[in-house]
Unconditional design. Structure first.
Length: 146
């Protein structure tokens, strides 16, 4: 999923679960903020590593589950990983879901592009149209629950 769609989905989730919107949106942004920054600095060569790893989420659970805000961050973070996995499956790249198990599995994705080039490649794919549905849902949620 594209970064703004993660934020729109997080907003929608927060409104439908009565969870703090800022916490859920922060959690949804976290994987890309971490991993895109690491890749841009040359620390990693992949765009789905530390922040997109289920192991990192599991390590964070004991610290984040203790507060309502922390649980919101976890909810957003897990929604990000779920949406990225769904996007890969919808676009016929189910093997790319292995990113969830980094660093145990060092998987090079089928589509290996930096964020801007990936966005251009992504437009028109089946998952792109799924994102339109997420945006429509977010807009309807905003209109009806604000």
């Amino acid at each position: 999923m594209l970064f703004p769609t993660h934020l729109a989905a997080a907003y929608t989730i927060s409104k439908h679960t009565s969870t703090d919107a800022l916490a859920v949106i922060t959690g949804a942004a976290l994987p890309d903020i971490l991993d895109k920054s690491l890749a841009a600095q040359g620390v990693t060569t992949l765009y789905h590593t530390f922040g997109h790893s289920i192991y990192t989420v599991m390590a964070a659970i004991p610290f984040l589950r203790e507060s309502q805000r922390g649980r919101g961050i976890l909810l957003g973070w897990m929604s990000h990983l779920l949406l990225d996995g769904i996007q890969m499956i919808i676009n016929g790249r189910a093997s790319d879901v292995q990113f969830l198990f980094w660093p145990s599995i060092q998987h090079v994705p089928e589509v290996f592009l930096p964020p801007i080039r990936f966005s251009k490649h992504y437009i028109g794919t089946p998952a792109f149209y799924t994102e339109i549905g997420i945006w429509v849902t977010a807009i309807l949620t905003f209109v009806t629950r604000s």
